[in-house]
Design a binder for this molecule. Structure first.
Ligand code: FES
Length: 170
């Protein structure tokens, strides 16, 4: 029991606490109702955010590819390659002539860290020199190494002697 102006013992609150209106013991106290409100609002915000991402992906424009001549058949011998860019100048690709009538093309960017892949003729596969990632020449699938995905395949169309890129299958 303190009387203003009198000295208190060390186990009692100091005199200034009686005159100070803030109650420090309860100021950090969060009620169950406040906490529930916080959880509900946070969950609602996350739900709306995810819904927005979903709706945007539904209505996002699909990439359109315009056919583009990339080579002539006579340009590449059997087992030979030609480098080109498709669909933009920033998308390097590699065209390989597997036989007289068979051409395949893939993105030249390794799906690991985007190093340029090359055609290893003796092994008949595409190889990435950075971390020894190997890809199948048949379908671009990963044969070995750290690449997480197959190489995107460039679809081709032959018109007479011309070889056209018509799209990219990821
Ligand atoms: S960048 Fe091709 S394997 Fe790592």
């Amino acid at each position: 029991m303190g009387v203003r102006g009198l000295k208190r013992t060390s186990t009692q609150d100091p005199v200034w606490r009686d005159e100070f209106s803030a109650q420090s013991a309860t100021e950090r106290y969060v009620t169950r109702r406040q906490f529930s409100k916080f959880l509900v609002l946070t969950s609602l915000g996350m739900f709306v955010g995810n819904l927005w991402i979903l709706v945007r992906s539904w209505f996002a424009a699909k990439p359109s590819f315009t056919p583009q001549p990339v080579s002539t058949a006579a340009e590449i011998p059997v087992g030979g390659v030609k480098l080109f860019s498709y669909p933009t100048p920033d998308d390097p690709c590699i065209l390989i002539r597997r036989s007289t009538d068979t051409f395949v093309a893939y993105s030249q960017k390794c799906t690991h860290l985007s190093c340029a892949v090359y055609y290893a003729r003796e092994q008949n596969r595409l190889e990435c020199p950075c971390h020894e990632g190997y890809f199948s020449i048949e379908d671009g699938s990963v044969l070995q190494g750290p690449p997480p995905r197959p190489l995107p395949r460039v679809t081709l169309k032959r018109e007479g002697n011309d070889i056209l890129a018509t799209g990219v299958e990821i």
